[in-house]
Design a protein around this ligand. Structure first.
Ligand code: ADP
Ligand code: MG
Length: 575
């Protein structure tokens, strides 16, 4: 909680005003019953109309002032609380953006979403409450007691009985409900997870007839959350009526004993009326405090969860000293690189050494799971390696800032991922300030121009979430265009041609050749056709290089490569 509070700094002026306003509002509330008792005990008893009018006007003014203070305070405090939440949300979002891929797995996407939305809302609500009650609750309670005692000290013996009773009830209720509130947050995470999986996997679920199973899973998670929420609310529901009951009994007792005192001439009617109001104010302030007792730990559970996000620091760090190195040629070199995924028994890549030169195409081929994508992912530093080094233009990539490094890389991932927006927007992801011509040129090279033009709004056509209104091949071509528009020094294509038909594949590669003539190009592919003409082919098997060289050479002396080629060529002949 403490760490998040520093986000409130920006609002200290507003907060100060809120506190001052609430102070005046509480003050006016405390003052009103006294004025009332003056009217009754002095004005009416003496039959002094002028006096009654005078005090009446003062009462009106005090009440009006209190109302205005309250309205403005509410407005300002809402503004502070929502702004506060907005700032935290922004911070969390930008922090998550800097996460390495490992960090994501630590918390999990579902929980990240709940934390950024629901948990921050909890913090926001409690901030609002604290702002309003921090000053008013203690003031009303202590002020109320002082005023009540000053009206009639003897009657105040009643308070000695009532206040401890109410405090005890509040303590019991909050002790019972707190653990449940914490549980709710966890169950909400679970619900979110199930729902996300169900929505993103809807096709698979339907295809495998798992709808019923998934439904049951959702119903379970939902019921679980509901039951916990009901339990909490049941406990909280007891609180209100019990408090009302105690208040009403207190009123009866005050009137009873107060009546006796009036009869004995020890007290006046106006004082009694004021007294009742003060006691109500005291009890209400206790009720407010009790709400805070419940809300604060609940919000602090949320705050801790939000903080966890902020506390995970990126394990992939920029170098200490500022680098000024600019990647000029794009010469890429792996020196004895070994890398393992955290928790994996075997390294995914072992002793990898090779050079990929500018102006050449370096291809990687190998069976699935041989480590091709892993190798490509190491270059933009999605993961850091265990040993060895990766150099670009002779500089270790650890000594380059991530920004400088990634600026010169055009990355086309294995799974084409597009964003909601237009075709234009998606290609512009590669280069913010790309001109129309540049975008079009990239699309032409990527063989995407034709199908883009056939879409209803051409380059302004909308792409649905995740690009579901495009075919796999179309998505791949757009993500290739996105990399091309950058005109980087290094191109990384991770199996980016797999969804294209042979003809488009060939056309695209021919067009790429001109576009990427002096850049370093790395292509991962399954099809021998795609990479046959590469300057250098690296054959990967179980994370190790088992052959390297041009096609002709490999055919002669690499057993595994020969196997791959023969399996595919015969396939094609059959087809
Ligand atoms: P390829 O692209 O050649 O099909 P990958 O590089 O994707 O292969 O995977 C190589 C190996 O690393 C596989 O055995 C796979 O199980 C493992 N692997 C891939 N990604 C991860 C990951 N995020 N966490 C743990 N292991 C992984
Ligand atoms: Mg792969």
């Amino acid at each position: 909680m403490l760490k998040l509070i520093c986000f409130l700094k920006a609002y200290r002026k507003s907060i100060f005003f809120v506190l001052v306003l609430v102070f005046f509002q509480s003050f006016s509330q405390l003052y009103l019953p006294t004025l009332l008792s003056d009217i009754v005990d002095v004005g009416i008893v003496q039959g002094d109309t002028d006096y009654i009018l005078k005090i009446g006007v003062i009462m009106l003014l005090v009440a009006a002032g209190g109302t205005i203070c309250s309205v403005v305070a509410n407005y300002l405090s809402s503004q502070v609380a929502t702004g506060f939440a907005k700032d935290i949300r922004r911070k969390v979002f930008s922090h998550v953006e800097s996460y390495s891929l490992h960090n994501f797995n630590k918390i999990g996407t579902a929980s990240l979403i709940t934390r950024t939305t629901n948990d921050i809302t909890q913090v926001q609500q409690v901030t609002l409450m604290i702002l309003r009650m921090m000053v008013s609750a203690p003031m009303m309670c202590i002020g109320g007691i002082i005023m009540a005692v000053s009206q009639d000290a003897k009657l105040s013996l009643l308070l000695i009985v009532v206040i401890p009773l109410i405090t005890a009830i509040i303590l019991v209720v909050s002790r019972k409900s707190l653990p449940l509130f914490k549980l709710i947050q966890v169950k909400l995470d679970k619900l979110n997870l199930v729902l996300r999986e169900r929505l993103t996997g809807i096709r698979v679920i339907r295809a495998f007839n798992r709808t019923e199973y998934e439904k049951a899973r959702f119903v379970d998670a939902n019921a679980d959350l509901t039951n916990t929420a009901i339990k909490v609310n049941r406990i909280m529901a007891v609180l209100m009526p019990t408090m009302m009951l105690i208040m009403n009994f207190t009123t009866i007792a005050i009137i009873w004993f107060g009546g006796l005192r009036i009869e004995a001439g020890e007290m006046q009617v106006g004082s009694l009326m004021a007294y009742i109001q003060y006691v109500m104010q005291i009890l209400f302030s206790l009720l407010m405090v009790s709400m805070m007792f419940v809300m604060i730990p609940r919000a602090s559970a949320s705050a801790i969860r939000v903080n966890e996000i902020l506390e995970i620091t990126n394990s992939i760090k920029d170098p200490e000293k500022k680098d000024s190195a600019i990647i000029k040629s794009g010469l890429l070199e792996f020196r004895n690189v070994t890398f393992s995924y955290p928790g994996a028994e075997q390294p995914a890549l072992k002793n990898i050494s090779f050079q990929a030169k500018p102006g050449e195409v370096t291809a990687i081929i190998g069976s699935t799971g041989s480590g091709k994508s892993t190798l490509i992912n190491l270059i933009p530093r999605f993961f850091d390696i265990d040993s060895g080094s990766i150099l670009v233009d002779g500089t270790n990539i650890l000594d380059l800032s991530q920004e400088n490094l990634r600026k010169e890389i055009g990355f086309v991932p294995q799974k084409a991922l597009l964003f909601t927006g237009t075709v234009n927007d998606n290609i512009k992801h590669g280069k913010k300030e790309a001109t129309k011509e540049e975008i079009q040129q990239a699309a032409i090279t990527a063989q995407a121009e034709e199908f883009i033009n056939s879409m209803t709004d051409g380059y302004n056509s909308l792409i649905a979430q995740g690009g579901i209104n495009l075919s796999g091949g179309q998505k791949q071509r757009l993500s290739i265009a996105r990399a091309l528009v950058r005109k980087p020094r290094i191109y990384l294509f991770d199996d980016s041609f797999s969804a294209l038909d042979y003809k488009t594949d060939a056309k695209l590669r021919a067009a790429l050749k001109d576009e990427t003539a002096d850049a370093t190009v790395m292509i991962v592919a399954q099809r021998v056709n795609t990479i046959m003409n590469a300057d250098k082919i690296i054959v990967l098997d179980e994370g190790q290089i088992v052959g390297m060289g041009p096609h002709q050479e490999l055919i002669k002396n690499c057993e595994i490569y020969r196997e791959i080629v023969s399996s595919q060529l015969s396939e094609e002949v059959i087809a």
